[in-house]
Design a protein around this ligand. Structure first.
Ligand code: DX5
Ligand code: ZN
Length: 219
């Protein structure tokens, strides 16, 4: 299990300290929720903020682009220091081209699916994927409840990837907590995003341990 804490629930006034605290607590990934007020109703941050924090952090920057036509900004996010760019299948008209461009920039490429988008949206781009992000809430806000149907979508994604010999990781985002962690991992998720169920429970090393103990139950 990889835990990717969503900075959406961190203290925006002290992001540098939060990133340091995550690294000190033993986390290796951090999840950036980029929102444009168009694809989702909310607005957060963009490349300048990521660039500023890249300077002081070695964490793996997992960048979730909840923006319309993300192809316009791929180079900016690459230049800012993202490691992985995840675009929404619903937000880009030429998904194949967008994924190829992310890889051409030297980054890992991921696709995210909203709760109402079928897994079949991935079928024709499987070989271009390093990660699939299954949204288990409708994107836009932290602290929403997990949509149970997402478990079946994770299983279906795992089958699709396996059938195509893909090693892409499956990530799940929205309403994740230690309570549903065993089921999510058993269904095939490998990267768990957690915002409100992580940042509200410091110290972070202790919270990571709680997630890891929950993960051990699924083995
Ligand atoms: C939702 C974001 C999530 C969100 C998760 O639009 O993509 O990453 O921060 O927050 P929690 O874990 O609170 O559901
Ligand atoms: Zn996210």
């Amino acid at each position: 299990m990889i835990l990717s804490p969503s900075l959406l629930s961190a203290d925006f006034g002290r992001l540098r300290d939060e990133l340091q605290a995550l690294a000190d607590a033993g986390l290796t990934w951090v999840h950036w929720d980029v929102m444009d007020g168009m694809f989702v109703p909310n607005i957060t941050f963009g490349p300048p903020v990521i660039r500023a924090l890249r300077k002081s952090s070695k964490l793996f920057f997992d960048v979730h682009l909840m923006i319309e036509a993300p192809e316009r900004y791929l180079a900016d996010f690459a230049d800012a220091g993202a490691d992985l760019l995840v675009v929404h299948a619903e937000a880009t008209r030429h998904l194949d081209r967008t994924l190829r461009e992310i890889r051409r920039l030297g980054l890992r490429a991921g696709v995210s699916l909203n709760p109402a988008t079928p897994v079949s949206a991935l079928e024709n781009v499987v070989e271009l994927l390093d990660l699939v992000l299954i949204m288990s809430v409708n994107p836009g806000f932290g602290g929403q409840s997990f949509i149970p149907r997402s478990l079946e979508k994770i299983r279906e994604t795992a089958r699709l990837l396996r059938a195509n010999g893909s090693k892409a990781l499956i990530e799940v985002d929205g309403g994740v907590d230690p309570g549903n962690t065993p089921q999510l991992l058993a269904a095939g998720a490998e990267v768990l995003v957690s915002g409100s169920a992580f940042f509200a429970y410091p110290p972070y090393a202790e919270r990571l341990r709680v997630f890891e103990e929950a993960a051990a139950e699924s083995r």
